[in-house]
Design a protein around this ligand. Structure first.
Ligand SMILES: NC(=O)c1ccc[n+]([C@@H]2O[C@H](COP(=O)([O-])OP(=O)(O)OC[C@H]3O[C@@H](n4cnc5c(N)ncnc54)[C@H](O)[C@@H]3O)[C@@H](O)[C@H]2O)c1
Length: 363
């Protein structure tokens, strides 16, 4: 007789993503259906709170009687253990129950930090994402990754923790700075590359109109959210296909590291990384027309003040990527648009050629 006990637990959780102009009614209906109206915790980016206090308060107080607002400083440095500790302390001191919801209102930094707080307090309280950057709407609020940075690297602490719902209200985008639009656009270009090349032409039309007033943005955000959702549903814990979402990122992370974090934004680095990955794919004989990048080039070139020009340094930085396996860099390449695959990279001369090509494009 076997002494083993087989345990089967499910990670599946259904939740919906609303992308709309003004989500107040949808948010009210959703909360009224599920939670006690006594209290809600809001973890809010301080800049977003300053810009949208009236909207946030009106949306949340329509159903909840008490808003417990916790503001966090804007910027990547908020994804820290000390900021996490401070939020947990304040929430526990305030007193919460297992079903008190926490709403994360801000960009990816707020979502990652607040998500990990929600995952930790009482071993998990309900989480709702209200993403306010383009990047958070199309990427970071979806898929359940939460995280903090550690002195030794980015996103090294965290958990998979799925929200109850995501409400992407494009009205927030009215105050978004151009650089943040461009950062989010890189992830949309990525979805075009790995799943849905039609996005290229849609985005090309929108790139000169960075304003949420254009209803077509809603369509593009919805389509992007749908693609991310499809991929993470197929591979929630990143055992396989989810890695395709890293297209351009292995190159991009190296650029961010060599340039110094902040001097090239994540989106700018990912855009350049996609150019390098596409070049590498073409070198392997895959027939890809990379002129799709041309309409976006000037937008990204304008933003990047100084592009690192040492390919060897960039390759060394790639070797420290989290996704390296047995010392071999794992690249996401394309057989054609919409058809990504993972390729362990052993040919460093091709890698160097890809970097040289990309460096030339930006200098
Ligand atoms: N969890 C995931 O799956 C995932 C995926 C991608 C990225 N990320 C993480 O997301 C973070 C980046 O997210 P981000 O680009 O949204 O950065 P962010 O959260 O730092 O926001 C960027 C800037 O925009 C400001 N801002 C936010 N909303 C605004 C608005 N509506 N109007 C005006 N200003 C606004 C913020 O104050 C901040 O200064 C990184 O930490 C990254 O690691 C996570």
């Amino acid at each position: 007789m076997s002494h083993n006990i087989d345990v089967s637990v499910s990670l599946n959780k259904r939740y919906s993503i609303h992308v709309e102009k003004n989500v107040e009614k949808a948010f009210f209906d959703f909360c009224a259906d599920r939670y006690s109206k006594e209290k809600v915790i809001l973890v809010v980016d301080e800049k977003v709170y300053e810009l949208h206090e009236t909207k946030i308060e009106s949306m949340c107080s329509r159903y909840f009687e008490n808003l417990f607002v916790l503001k966090i400083p804007q910027g990547e440095s908020s994804k820290s253990l000390s900021q996490w500790q401070q939020l947990v302390n304040e929430i526990l001191a305030e007193g919460v129950e297992r079903n008190t919801p926490l709403v994360a209102i801000g960009g990816g930094v707020t979502g990652d930090l607040a998500g990990y707080v929600a995952a930790s307090v009482l071993r998990g309280i309900p989480l709702i994402h209200l993403p306010t950057t383009l990047l958070a709407m199309v990427d970071s609020s979806i898929g359940g990754k939460t995280g903090l940075n550690h002195d030794t690297g980015k996103n090294l602490i965290g958990a998979f923790y799925q929200p109850d719902a995501v409400f992407a209200d494009v009205e927030f985008l009215e105050t978004l700075e151009q650089r943040e639009w461009i950062t989010g656009m890189a992830e949309i270009i990525k979805y075009g590359a790995i799943r849905s090349p039609e996005l290229f032409s849609q985005l090309e039309k929108l790139k000169d109109n960075l304003s949420a007033d254009d209803g077509e943005w809603i369509e593009v955000i919805r389509e992007s959210a749908r693609i991310k959702t499809d991929i993470v549903q197929e591979d929630t814990l990143e055992a396989g296909k989810r890695a395709h979402l890293n297209f351009g990122h292995t190159f991009g992370h190296a650029l961010e590291r060599v340039a110094g974090y902040g001097s090239i934004s994540h989106g700018e680095a990912v855009f350049a990384g996609m150019i390098a990955a596409t070049y590498f794919s073409k070198e392997l004989g895959h027939p890809i027309d990379d002129t799709v990048f041309t309409p976006f080039m000037s937008l990204y070139k304008q933003q990047i003040q100084s592009f690192p020009s040492q390919p060897d340094k960039l390759i060394e930085a790639m070797k420290t990527d989290k996704k390296v396996k047995n010392n071999i860099i794992q690249l996401v390449l394309l057989k054609e648009w919409g058809s990504p695959y993972i390729k362990p990279c052993t040919d460093l001369s091709k890698l160097k050629a890809a970097w040289n090509y990309t460096i030339d494009q930006f200098n």
